[in-house]
Design a protein around this ligand. Structure first.
Ligand code: V47
Length: 358
């Protein structure tokens, strides 16, 4: 059947699923129609609530075996600014964050072949021993794959080890773009798309939750974004283990991926809206203010996004590529700008239990 605008809108309004071609056609709708469709779904689910958490990002090493063209954070052996934190340094950060009210530490490292498996796992164990109530969201599927290969272990063994050492949930990083051709160009040699999905499947089979990201606005096409989202929808049908989908807007500075065609604000907002429309089985769409910019993240609340991530405190990965996020966001400021944008700030824990309404 020919895809017409009327058919498409009706299907979305009737909560019918769209296939690849239909979903691609969503991009041809005007921004306001898409926004209204996505907003209706979002408001049916959450009204005017907007979620965030008080969290701290920790990036314990930037020494990386892999070379992803989009990454400005990682340091090779030649980089004079390479660092690897000791467990004490990591614990000190966790302590300060905990005392300042953080409920979650989000720990993502580069793929450091010299650090050792115990360096990775011991950090989680020690944080958990000292601060049992602090939720540890750690190790992307790309790191899990790196550790499995480096230490000749299976994914199952690494995932079990994570649980034994106190990891509570997995972040959504490393997904980039699933399309194999684009992926090969931007991050050849890293975890493949099927492996990324398989690692999350295995994590969910252990009764654990995770997130999923998509890096967009570089060399991928609209069809690749839709393919990425639909592969996630399929896995979520199988496991139900994803909490949130996070479209990450590509930051362009200090890296090897030379891109001249950046997405407009409209294209970014359309991508949030389409994510909300297609992912009828993933509860939350996160407008990660770090990559969207806080202004666009606030507008994204009217285009399907219901979560803005958190206060973060310190951010090293995207700020290395130009994002204005290195010092996180002050809690009161964060709450006030959400309120002023017409939404109700809800502090949540990492698994979306509501903790406080501001
Ligand atoms: O996977 C790297 C991305 C990710 C750039 O799970 C870049 O709640 C934009 O996954 N421009 C790591 N992005 C961060 C991440 C994340 C962030 C917030 C919340 C959650 C969550 C997960 O950062 C990597 C990669 O896709 N990244 N370089 C860049 N130049």
């Amino acid at each position: 059947m020919r895809i017409t605008t009327t058919n498409l809108i009706q299907k979305v309004q009737n909560y019918q699923r769209l296939n690849q071609k239909e979903a691609e056609a969503l991009y041809d709708l005007d921004l306001y129609t898409l926004g209204e469709l996505a907003s209706t779904i979002r408001e049916d689910m959450y009204g005017k609530k907007s979620y965030f958490n008080i969290n701290r990002h920790i990036n314990p090493t930037n020494v990386c075996k892999d070379v992803c063209k989009f990454c400005a954070y990682s340091a090779t052996r030649k980089n004079p600014n390479q660092y690897t934190m000791s467990h004490k340094e990591i614990l000190d950060i966790a302590k300060v964050s905990f005392e300042k009210g953080a409920k979650e530490v989000h720990i993502v490292s580069a793929h450091n072949p010299e650090a050792g498996l115990e360096w990775y796992m011991g950090a989680f164990r020690k944080i958990k021993e000292h601060y049992p109530s602090l939720h540890i969201k750690a190790l992307t599927a790309a790191e899990v794959d790196f550790l499995a290969r480096e230490y000749n272990l299976s994914y199952d063994e690494i995932l079990d080890m994570m649980i034994e050492n106190g990891v509570d949930s997995m972040p959504g990083g490393g997904a980039e773009i699933f399309d194999e051709e684009v992926r090969d160009f931007i991050c050849k040699g890293k975890v493949t798309s099927d492996q990324w999905l398989d690692i999350h499947r295995k994590w969910h089979q252990r009764g654990r939750m995770s997130n999923a990201t998509m890096l967009f606005g570089h060399i991928e096409q609209r069809k690749d974004r839709i393919d990425h989202i639909l592969r996630l929808r399929d896995l979520q049908d199988e496991t139900g283990g994803f909490n949130a989908f996070i479209p990450l807007v590509y930051q362009r500075e200090n890296n090897y991926l030379k891109v001249t065609n950046y997405p407009t604000g409209q294209e970014i907002l359309k991508t949030y809206a389409i994510s909300r429309i297609l992912l009828d089985n993933i509860p939350h769409i996160k407008a990660y203010w770090v990559t969207a910019s806080i202004g666009l993240a606030l507008i994204a609340q009217e285009f399907g996004a219901d979560d803005l991530d958190g206060t973060i405190d310190k951010e090293s990965i995207q700020s290395a590529a130009g994002a204005k996020s290195s010092h996180g966001m002050n809690l009161l400021e964060f709450v006030n700008i959400i309120k002023n944008s017409g939404f109700i700030p809800i502090e949540r824990d990492s698994l979306y239990t509501e903790l406080q309404t501001y």
